[in-house]
Design a binder for this molecule. Sequence first.
Ligand code: NDP
Length: 256
Amino acid sequence: MNEQRDNVWHGVAIITGASSGIGEAIVKKLAPSATGLVIAARRMERLTSLAKSLGNHVIPVECDVQKKDDVERVIQTAIDRFGRVDTLVNNAGIAPMASMLRGRIEDWENTIDTNVKGVLYGISSVLPHMLKQKTGRIITISSEAGRRVFPGSAVYCASKHAVRVIGEGLQFDLSARSQKDGNDIKVSTILPGYVLTDLPESVTFEPARDEFRKNMQSVDGPMMGSDIADCIQFILNAPQHVEIGEMIVRPVKQNM
Ligand code: NDP
């Protein structure tokens, strides 16, 4: 169960996009107090060595979030190994930016399939278990791009707007149900500004990749994955009756 002892979260969590950056930092932050963690991504060798460094209660599962069956298998692994799933962190994402005028349709499809459909598959796979348990936490990593539109990243911004709105809508649907069955399933969305990670490597259009990397690295006093992991802990440690719907976090000196 999601529970706090000594102000520290305990439970079973699933983290997608756990092989690097923000996801990896979340895994490291939650592992010491978790009953079980299922960590998912495509790069299995990175997941395996991360799990090995943290203990037997961390289970790596190969998963492409574009594939519904893969995501369902990840959730089922948590149920089979730990008997429940308390927290899902929908973190996997890509940012293949480029002006829309370039018509990079494959990038558009990949962005929607990963950032939006991947999140929906996570929600659809985990909800039946959480509804049965009458408790759970679903946390999605959107972006500042889920509130604003930046030049040259229309589809990425659209995908991050979409998951923010999906989270808000899901919260309404759950609170209506909660009035009937008393469930305390909570939904939270984190909207980070620049976090120093490998995200620019997911940009397939080279000039846009270089610019993204340059902008990210130009922030004086950048946020790191561990800063977002701290936000996750804060959300998980909120009192039972308090739901943190959205959390916008950015480096103090980010001026774009
Ligand atoms: P990284 O590139 O370091 O991490 C992305 C993670 O997503 C990797 O673990 C990658 O694993 C995984 N991933 C990508 N595609 C898939 C897929 N199809 N199936 C499964 N896993 C996938 O970048 P970040 O840590 O920065 O990104 C994490 C999230 O944070 C993303 O949703 C991003 O949009 C968001 N974000 C990042 C910001 C930043 O400035 N860095 C700002 C705002 C939001 P693998 O390749 O092994 O599958």
